[in-house]
Write a protein that binds this ligand. Sequence first.
Ligand code: ITT
Length: 193
Amino acid sequence: MNQLVFATNNAHKLEEVRAMLPQFQIVSLSDIGCHDDIPETADTFHGNAAIKSDFITQKYGLDCFSDDSGLEVEALHGAPGIFSARYAGEPVNHTRNIEKILRELEGNPNRNARFITVIALNYKGSQYFFEGTVEGSLTTSIQGIGGFGYDPIFKPFGHEITFAEMSQEQKSKMSHRGHAVQKLLNFLNNTAI
Ligand code: ITT
């Protein structure tokens, strides 16, 4: 099996995952003619990842995987969490999301945060989950122009630069998505035939 549908409408996720899985042909939703905005109605990352994968398997009869991810800020009791994409409301706007977080954390010395990714893989009638996290701290202003979402304000622990200041390859070596995709790859290599 070297062709896999990745059920995402996020072009940045698609680019990151394609670069991490060069041995697979990663097929996008537009490649299969899907242009739906899949409603994410669950209250957990696992639940929303499952909804996205199940939507594609049910509608197209295809095996696939999806990625539900987000940022959890300690001083905000885990917010924005599953609401990361739309934290500052509709339509999705990463700049406004970042501004909202920086405002809420103004003057707060606790900048701890973590990114989480949960991948749900639908494969031969079963569903498998793979998780990845990365811990770090939030800056007080935007740093860097790479990546997407909250990357310009997230510095992984042990590093002096944000994800937005790293190359995609450097980010993926330590990121939440990188860890989750590595687990997916191990599964595909060792279990899936
Ligand atoms: P799909 O559901 O179509 O995959 P999405 O962007 O809506 O795309 P999510 O529901 O998983 O994806 O929301 C994830 C949000 O969390 C995303 O929009 C960013 O704001 C943030 N996020 C996730 N991974 C990130 C990363 O690697 N770097 C920065 N921000 C990230």
